[in-house]
Structures are given as structure tokens and as C-alpha cells.
Design a protein around this ligand. Sequence first.
Ligand code: GSH
Length: 212
Amino acid sequence: MAEYTLHCMAESGHSYKVALMLQLCGADWSPRWVDFFNGETRTDAFRDTYNELGEVPVLETDGQMLTQSGVILDWLVERFDQYGWDTEAERREVLRWTLFDNHKISSQLGVLRFLRTIAKTGETETTKWLDGRCRSALSILDKHLASNAFAIGNKPTIADFSVCGYMFYEGETGIDLNDYKNVTSWLERIKALPGWDHPNNLMPSKAPTEAA
Ligand SMILES: N[C@@H](CCC(=O)N[C@@H](CS)C(=O)NCC(=O)O)C(=O)O
């Protein structure tokens, strides 16, 4: 059994943040597919065993269940001493971008992508509203990246892995990232990190027995 088990599914950008960190750190990890679309995270069994919050990702290691991607990433920095900060000021910058991501970027891009590509609701007042919110957040990010190679300056950190969570699912949010040139250049820099891989290659999208 691997040292780390990531309870996740390929469609989850929040899980991808953790999968990417594990991969880039060369961790001994394996994914466990969660049957999210049939409601596994809403069952008492899941909530009692893995996460009372009813969400993926969950990182299981050494009998512990770690939840919330931002918390897990922070914990992994301490474990691997990689993709973290050198000063307290940098640590706060990492936290600032991780919180902004959780509130304004990944949460909204994730829901927009779900509505447009998975639930296929068609264009509604909700998708229109979310589209505007996402574009506004992307513009803020794009401006920041005009003078910063990565989220907190010149080095990649877990803040980048948080912010990019839903940005490699090309075409699925309905927002063309080419409208945000600094964002696409930054994504290329993340892709160039040794060990980078696409969410669909790191996490399964169906049960292993079905996939076999
Ligand atoms: N802030 C959380 C967000 C996690 C999240 O929203 N996960 C989604 C899947 S991508 C989920 O499990 N949602 C549960 C549900 O909708 O019932 C994190 O970063 O870990």
C-alpha cells in the first residue's frame, strides 16, 4: 500500500491540486476513485469514515484523514519541504492566494465547468452570473501575473497548485483562457515543472474494475 492515498476523482480540480503536489514531490501515493457522481460523498459511510464535510479531496496517511486542499497542501509543504515559503511574509502570500483561489477562482470555475460540461444545463442565469465572476477573477489573476512569474513571485509554490486546479481541463469551463495571456504563460511554466501531469492522467475517472 502506498504511503499516501488520495480519495479523489479525475473531474475534481480541488483534488488535482493535491495530486499535483504529491506528484511533483515524488511522493509514494496512489489515488482511490470516489464515486462522486453517484453520491458517495453524501453518504453517512463516507462522511463518518473519511470527511465529515462530505468533500474530496481527502488525503489518507498513517491513519489520518486530511481534508481541505489548502490545509493538505500546507501539510505537504511541511512533510516534503518543497513548494513552500522562505519567510513569514511569503507564507502569508501563499495563504492569501490560496484563500482567494478557494473563494473566487476554483470554487466558481469548478461549478461553472460542472454546469456547462457535466450537468449540461445549457446557458442559464446561473451560468451567466458565474461566467462573469470567473472572468473578473481571471482578470485579477492575469494582472498579477503580468509582473509575477508565479503566484507569490519568482518561485512556484502550493499557491500556484491551488489556483491552477481547474485550468487544465481545456475547454470545459466555456471560458477561453487565451483571453488571459499572462495566465496561459503561467500555466506553461507550471506544466514545465519536472513531473507535471494532467489531472486525467493522475486520477481515475471510473472504478478500477470498470476501467480494466
Ligand atoms: N474547499 C474545498 C472544496 C472541495 C470541493 O468542493 N470538492 C467537491 C468536489 S470537486 C466536493 O466534494 N463536493 C461535495 C458535494 O458537492 O457534495 C477544498 O479545497 O478541498
